[in-house]
Design a protein around this ligand. Structure first.
Ligand code: ADP
Ligand code: ZN
Length: 704
């Protein structure tokens, strides 16, 4: 940030209330401000909007933003208004009077940002009008819409190439989250961006935690997942409309604020659901993949895939709708053997061989991700060519590596059972025979007479499902999709059956790690939960009165920081990320009142603790050690431990054992144990080696 243009910094801080850039933003903003063209590839939630909004405010003239998503324009403009920016949109949903008013503002030089749809920009006299107006920059959002190869081609976008010739002196930026190389080169070619500075940011979404569970009674698994995520927004994706309706209804019956969304519903109903979701009136939307393109809601806390996505591209895009605000978010995939069969059948029913090959390849990659026993994020990012050598520490595999067990015997039982039933039956029947079930089919085929009947009664249905599925994926068994997914042995099964080979498999995992044992995915610490909830209510009220979605008032990240730091005056409020001058003036007082009232009511020591104290306390409770805390809070080691001593003396629970090296702690503790009465600092100092610093001794004494 040292070399950042002071005008840029001032807009970032005063207008948007952010104190630093997200990765990649600073460079793009510098290029555009200096008048260069740019191409920006940034993952969803990376903060693309700011990349053109800041330069548009710094440069003179109006910034013209082209966006295909008319539904989102209004929200963007509302959000800019909330920050005191003169913005407007110009699209086909406006009546002629409104449109005239916007054009008048444009001519009078009153606008800083204008959002237009591509049709409006190109098929009207607007282009000619713009020739007489000072333009600060052009931003083409969702720029992948120019590409015929993309999933979202829009013919109007192709005509935007004319901008580069018509306005040679105006910088132009194209932004997208779509990754592949073909699309990227299409964008540069179609928009005539020959000299653009290219900014490609990684695909990683570090705040999203990936989890895959073996699917078994998926609705119960979903309910278990939702427990403890009471007031969080999320999306549940399912494959068919029928299933979407069914899940939404069952969720509603279970008391979850949920609604269905799919292409079979009326446009009106869909718009209602979307709106209610944006406004936090509905928390969970159950949807087919149709839902999401127009969703820019930053505080989606989780995305659940109830069924297996067809490919990693889709999975990544859908999970990417979680956590745009940068706060912790969850992506849960329920992965079942039957889903693989269904997906394969769907592909085989197509009649284009090339396409089938590609789709099968992509499906296999998706299955590979779901089956992965290494870090999910590495698998995911490697798929996109974004090499990651390190485990991420924020996925189910990193958190709780799969346990393996010697499955040689079980595998042998399963394989011989497949053989005995004549390699003509699917997973379900094989399991029934193994477990000695009494079904009509078993009776019909006389399978009670088989030597393998009932030899697997010691294992549950779920366990056998997992074993058979893994045998398929390890290549010992094949599913004959043309014949009702009948299981067949492969050549590889022979040595295992003969007893020449051992096999270790992963234990099935049906439940998330218990909340206490996994890294918390909640947005605030338990101690701040109640205040956070109150601030959310206040935000909702204000948003409702103003007719905007709650996140336009303040994002969740801003509210969470407020709940944590509990600002009690304007300066402390301005220090919170997401609060600029305009929002302070507009909403500051109401939120300050709410925080003060809360602190008084709950007799909270926040009234005496400075924001710095709170930050240090939070960091200590997060389990950081002294070094890390002083780094994070930009304090010297001495000052940090002085603050910690004050916190301990004020009765806050801080565990010194986590703060300093265990050996050092043990040495100080041993001396304290031996001494009786008040510990004497000077005595301790003299008795301890110089390697142990004064402040460390003081810290342990305070806690003692
Ligand atoms: P994208 O368009 O790339 O998906 P957005 O522009 O919608 O992402 O930004 C995502 C979220 O990140 C928004 O809630 C925005 O307020 C927030 N954000 C963007 N830049 C910053 C920043 N520098 N500091 C803090 N929050 C930011
Ligand atoms: Zn990981």
């Amino acid at each position: 940030m040292q070399d950042t243009d002071p005008a840029v910094l001032s807009v970032l801080r005063q207008t948007f209330g952010y104190d630093s850039f997200r990765p990649g933003q600073g460079e793009v903003i510098a290029d555009l401000t200096a008048g260069h063209d740019a191409f920006v590839l940034m993952p969803t939630g990376g903060g693309k909007s700011l990349c053109y909004q800041v330069p548009a405010l710094v440069r003179s003239g109006v910034g013209i933003v082209v966006s295909p998503l008319i539904a989102l324009m209004k929200d963007q403009v509302d959000a800019l208004h909330a920050n005191g920016v003169a913005a407007a949109c110009y699209n086909s949903t406006q009546d002629s009077e409104e449109a005239r008013r916007v054009l008048a503002q444009l001519h009078n030089g009153e606008l800083q940002l204008l959002y237009v749809s591509p049709e409006r920009l190109l098929n009207s006299s607007l282009l000619e009008r713009l020739a007489d107006i000072e333009i600060g920059l052009f931003a083409i959002d969702e720029a992948h819409c120019v590409s015929q190869w993309g999933h979202d081609f829009r013919p109007e976008y192709a005509a935007l190439g004319t901008l580069r010739e018509r306005f040679p002196a105006v910088p132009l930026v194209a932004l997208t989250a779509t990754a592949d190389k073909q699309t990227r080169s299409d964008i540069l070619r179609v928009l005539h961006l020959n000299d653009a500075r290219i900014h490609v940011n990684g695909f990683d979404r570090p705040n999203i935690r990936y989890t895959v569970l073996e699917k078994h009674k998926p609705f119960d698994q979903l309910i278990a997942f939702l427990r403890g995520r009471d007031s969080q927004s999320g999306i549940v994706y399912a494959l068919s409309r029928k299933r979407v309706d069914e899940i939404a209804e069952r969720l509603s019956n279970a008391g979850v604020s949920a609604a269905a969304y799919h292409a079979g519903m009326s446009a009106k109903r869909r718009a209602e659901v979307q709106e209610a979701f944006l406004r936090d009136d509905i928390l969970v939307v159950v949807a087919t993949v149709a839902f999401g393109m127009g969703i820019d809601k930053p505080n989606v806390r989780f995305v659940v895939h109830y069924d297996l996505p067809k490919n990693i591209e889709g999975y990544y895009q859908e999970t990417g709708r979680a956590g745009r605000d940068g706060l912790p978010a969850d992506a849960l995939l329920l992965f079942g053997a039957q889903d693989v069969v269904t997906a394969r059948r769907l592909i085989e029913s197509g009649n284009n061989n090339d396409q089938q090959r590609v789709e099968t390849h992509k499906l296999n990659a998706m299955i590979g991700l779901a089956e992965s026993v290494t870090c999910r994020r590495r698998v995911l990012l490697n798929y996109f060519g974004d090499r990651h050598q390190e485990d991420c520490g924020n996925c189910d595999v990193c958190d709780d590596p799969p346990q393996r067990f010697d499955a040689t015997n079980d595998a042998r039982k399963a394989l011989s059972c497949v053989y005995r039933v004549g390699q003509r039956f699917g997973i379900k029947h094989v399991i029934d025979v193994l477990r000695g079930a009494d079904t009509e089919r078993i009776r019909l085929f006389g399978h009670t007479q088989l030597s393998t009947y009932g030899i697997g009664s010691d294992r549950s249905e779920i366990e056998w499902q997992s074993i058979l599925r893994q045998l398929i994926h390890h290549g010992y068994l094949e599913q004959d999709i043309a014949h009702y997914s009948a299981l067949k042995l492969t050549e590889d099964a022979r040595p295992l059956l003969r007893g020449d080979e051992e096999l270790w498999l992963a234990k099935p995992r049906m439940q998330e790690k218990p909340a206490g044992k996994r890294k918390s995915s909640s947005v605030v610490a338990p101690a701040d939960e109640a205040l956070f909830e109150e601030l959310r209510q206040l935000r909702k009220q204000i948003a409702q009165d103003a007719g905007v979605p709650p996140y336009v008032v303040f994002g969740d990240a801003t509210l969470a920081q407020m709940a944590r730091e509990r600002p009690l005056d304007d300066d402390a409020m301005l220090a919170i990320s997401g609060i600029g001058q305009h929002k302070l003036a507009k909403y500051g007082a109401e939120f300050l009142d709410a925080i003060t009232a809360y602190c008084v009511d709950s007799n909270d020591s926040a009234l005496n603790l400075t924001p710095l104290h709170r930050r240090v306390l939070q960091a200590a409770r997060d389990g950081l050690d002294l070094d890390q805390i002083s780094g994070q809070c930009a304090q010297t080691l001495g000052d940090t431990s002085r603050i910690l001593v004050e916190l301990i003396e004020a009765g806050e629970a801080v565990d010194p054992q986590r703060l300093i090296a265990p050996r050092k702690y043990a040495m100080i503790e041993a001396l304290l144990d031996d001494s009786d009465g008040e510990p004497d600092l000077a005595d301790l100092r003299a008795a301890l080696p110089p390697l142990i610093a004064d402040h460390e001794i003081r810290l342990v004494c305070a806690a003692w």
